[in-house]
Design a protein around this ligand. Sequence first.
Ligand SMILES: [Zn+2]
Length: 234
Amino acid sequence: MRIKGAKYFVKPGQRFGRLVVIKEFSIIKYGYPLRRVRCKCDCGNIIETNLSSIFKHTQSCGCFRRENSANMLRTHGLWYDPVYAIFVNMKSRCYNKKDKNYNRWGGRGIGICKEWLDNPKLFVDWAYSNGYKKGLTIERIDNNGDYSPDNCTFADRLRQANNTRNNRIIKYNGDELSMADFCRKYNLNYFRFGARTGRLNWSIEKSMINCGHYVPMNDTDKARSLYERDDIMY
Ligand SMILES: [Zn+2]
């Protein structure tokens, strides 16, 4: 007859993690003897458990796990935050080779800035103070850049579809810049400006004015651009 835990031997006073053995005893379970131990935990609790389990996983009365999950919550308290879910997905497609989207992110060298990676709470705080709303997804302004505070914005999926892989080069005033760099240089809203120069096929100047940038132009153009200023919001 096989006795469960037969290969294990303990002495009173022997320590397993936070548990110190008081004594071994046995009970009958399902018709067979089962070796049990009574232990005192460092926190003061006295528990009884299967002898075999203190050799495997049980290292405290349960206080260790409770403290750990409390610590987790204290560290960032984000498990139920929808923005934290965005972070988890973002991290997965950048760093988890098994993620079905890895090829299009991590595989292309796209990562997450160190400060967010080290402390997801910073990402969540940034998101709430930078336009996150339910239903919006995170979008990188420069499609070849990392996820970082200066390269990210929140967009709805439709808008994203209009702007993905937007590698258009903007020529203006002797500059030749990518859409992203151009918008950064002139402090323009990337999506607003992109929609006007792209889908709406407006001129660079008119789009810039529409996005709030001052550009010298003749009176007719100016009048028209002001008239059209609020005619369409995406
Ligand atoms: Zn304990």
